[in-house]
Write a protein that binds this ligand. Structure first.
Ligand SMILES: Cc1cc2nc3c(=O)[nH]c(=O)nc-3n(C[C@H](O)[C@H](O)[C@H](O)COP(=O)(O)OP(=O)(O)OC[C@H]3O[C@@H](n4cnc5c(N)ncnc54)[C@H](O)[C@@H]3O)c2cc1C
Length: 302
């Protein structure tokens, strides 16, 4: 950004949280990433819309992130503006048996809200990190459930500032994907359709799933969850284990010993360490089993 653009951006975002040269390791669950040229926490739709229009006018790259739990940010950082939602975009309410959640809310907060209200259908999501917006973009899921099963509608902001509502059925949800992979829309809110259930049973299921996660996943290390998508007919973790890669390290990145499907930041890993390890895993698994693993983690930055 030029000094003139920095001045204009500062004026535009007056009163909001704006940082220049912001280290992205602070904003990703991998705890990895170089600096974002500018990092903004937007507190309203209007602010987001103005910011995006400014970036488009000035030809400044713009990237929207949720909680950074499914991304690997380059060591070189991110040019332009990175935006995320602030605490005033995290509202959760309900109408009948539908929860209406703003996109900045965490998925786990929405799941807790559902439990509190005795609504069933979102138990699978209680332990998935990240925001509602990220969960919709990724069609996040676990233990047989995913967002496609419960999302009734999604409100999005189009690049021209227009707001529209898309029915869940039109979101083109697939395995860890949605229409948002192709379209530059930002999720603002969504309606999650649940059903009346038994509060004790909901709590019990959530506790059981949380215990399973703690037992199976290396939650004690920074990561972005499962590094690879599940290849059809196989399990990524099992293939990686059978390829003899358990505990394999490059720099500070390591194939988790607890769950081979996770690459963890074991010791101050760089994005390059993780990327090199991802490539090594893909190559080895392909050579041994003829299965090409596709990363689930999204690479962002320069
Ligand atoms: C320990 C651990 C366990 C995990 N377990 C699971 C699991 O069981 N199941 C699962 O599916 N995932 C899992 N994940 C991955 C991750 O939590 C999910 O993909 C999550 O939904 C990402 O949300 P986020 O807000 O962090 O998105 P980010 O990582 O910030 O962003 C992911 C993508 O979504 C886009 N995005 C974010 N917010 C918006 C928005 N409002 N509008 C439009 N696009 C947006 C970003 O641009 C980016 O392309 C796990 C991660 C970790 C660290």
């Amino acid at each position: 950004m030029t000094s003139d653009q920095i001045e204009k951006l500062t004026a535009l975002m007056e009163g909001s949280e704006l940082h220049f040269a912001e280290p992205m390791d602070k904003h990703t669950t991998f705890r990895i990433g170089g600096e974002a040229e500018a990092f903004v926490r937007v507190q309203s739709i209007e602010e987001l819309s103005d910011l995006r229009a400014f970036c488009s006018r000035e030809e400044i790259p713009f990237l929207f992130l949720g909680k950074g739990s499914n991304v690997l940010v380059s060591d070189k950082g991110i040019s332009g503006v990175v935006a995320t939602f602030g605490e005033r975009m995290c509202d959760i309410t309900m109408k009948d048996e539908m929860i209406i959640a703003e996109a900045g809310a965490t998925l786990s907060a929405v799941a807790s809200y559902a439990l509190q209200k005795g609504l069933t259908g979102l138990e699978f999501a209680a332990g998935i990190p990240g925001s509602v917006g990220g969960a919709i973009r990724m069609n996040a899921g676990a233990y047989g459930g995913d967002m496609s099963q419960v999302v009734g509608w999604v409100r999005v902001l189009e690049p021209d500032g227009n707001i529209k509502t898309i029915l869940g059925a039109h979101m083109e949800f697939g395995y860890r994907t949605s229409i948002l992979k192709e379209l530059p829309y930002i999720v603002l809110a969504c309606g999650i359709q649940l059903m009346k259930g038994d509060e004790n049973a909901i709590r019990q299921t959530m506790l059981e799933l949380a215990a399973k996660r703690r037992e199976k996943q290396p939650l004690e290390y920074p990561s972005a969850g499962s590094t690879f998508k599940r290849p059809e007919g196989f399990f990524a973790g099992k293939l990686i284990e059978e390829a003899g890669l358990r505990g394999r390290k490059i720099g500070g990145a390591m194939v988790s010993e607890k769950h081979c499907g996770f690459i963890i930041n074991e010791d101050n890993a760089t994005a390059k360490d993780v990327q090199d390890l991802i490539e090594l895993v893909r190559k080895t698994v392909y050579e041994q089993f003829g299965v090409l693993l596709e990363p689930e983690v999204i690479f962002v930055g320069d």
